[in-house]
Design a binder for this molecule. Structure first.
Ligand code: FE
Ligand code: FE
Length: 308
């Protein structure tokens, strides 16, 4: 249906950046391929390859979902009415739907021959729905002490696959900005990293990537996503010695106001970069900032902080 726009509406549409950048339907395949590439010669090669192997199962879950449940229009209307994100993680994690994805992941995954991985999978298989739910609630609320570290990547992978599947089925009109800049408009989870996009309508704009559903939403640049200050922000990169910080493809935006940081990926400097893999491959930067006493708030569901 065509709609006639008034001149001021056209002007507004032309000047306001697109609110959402949605990941492609092969998001996990792209991520897995990127992780394989980053693993070459990397100090954490085995770990990056393990996550790549999980990405392949995640893509399979997205392409061949084990269940076709998705929130219906009544549920979406109820969320809208209460100002909740339509795929609110804190309530959906208490329901059974995502657990079908976890079970399918356990059934479809062919683990490498490592004792630790086999014992983690065994622990999952012998856990009931209640235990699995308790672990997932701990992981999504950032209570890492409540879930064994070795289980995190598998649990994170299943949760991400379920939420990304539901996100792809969601009408975009259902998404509105949350009160909190760092909170995903689709599922309410915290952002994992920022991406400075570099093409077409998105050129030069910052989008925050959700740690759970892979949704990306627009947030203006040079503003702390946690305390919303712009004063004194500083950009730190791992490549300080080799590349000028303004050319580095990954930089942490450090805020002196709340003493925290968020990593940002600059596609202009690395067109194939992808937030989750870039985040995992740059853990050395987190270690450096941790030594300086700067807090990381952003979760990465494939890694328990402080785990070996
Ligand atoms: Fe999300
Ligand atoms: Fe801040």
């Amino acid at each position: 249906m065509s709609q006639i726009l008034e001149p001021e509406q056209i002007k507004a549409a032309a000047s306001s950046p697109p609110f959402l950048y949605l990941a492609p339907a092969n998001v996990f395949a792209l991520r897995g391929a990127r992780l394989e590439k980053l693993a070459e010669g990397h100090a954490l090669a085995d770990y990056l390859r393990l996550i790549a192997s999980l990405c392949r199962v995640q893509q399979d879950l997205l392409d061949h979902p084990p269940a076709d449940w998705a929130p219906d229009s009544q549920r979406l209307a109820l969320c809208r009415e209460h100002g909740l994100p339509p795929l609110a993680a804190d309530s959906l994690v208490r329901e059974i739907h995502w657990q079908v994805f976890l079970q399918a992941l356990l059934d479809r995954y062919t683990p490498p021959a490592q004792v630790e991985i086999h014992s983690a999978l065994l622990q999952f298989r012998s856990a009931g729905e209640g235990q699995r739910k308790a672990w997932a609630i701990s992981l999504l609320s950032g209570q890492y002490a409540g879930v064994p570290a070795a289980l995190v990547p598998f649990l994170g992978a299943a949760l991400q696959a379920a939420w990304s599947y539901w996100l792809l089925k969601l009408p975009q009109a259902a998404l509105k900005p949350c009160d909190n800049l760092s909170q995903c408009p689709a599922c309410g989870s915290p952002a994992m990293a920022g991406v400075i996009r570099h093409r077409g309508a998105f050129n030069g704009l910052r989008y925050l990537a959700c740690s759970l559903c892979a949704c990306e939403w627009h947030v203006v640049r040079v503003k702390c996503v946690y305390c919303e200050q712009s004063k004194g922000l500083k950009y730190v990169s791992l490549d300080d010695d080799r590349v000028a910080v303004e050319k580095a493809p990954l930089r942490a935006e450090v805020c002196p106001g709340c003493n925290s940081y968020l990593k940002q990926i600059y596609l202009e400097n690395d067109a194939d970069a992808e937030p989750l893999s870039a985040d995992l491959a740059s853990l050395a930067l987190d270690m450096r900032l941790d030594i300086e006493g700067i807090k990381r708030i952003a979760p990465n569901l494939m890694l328990a902080p402080g785990a070996d």
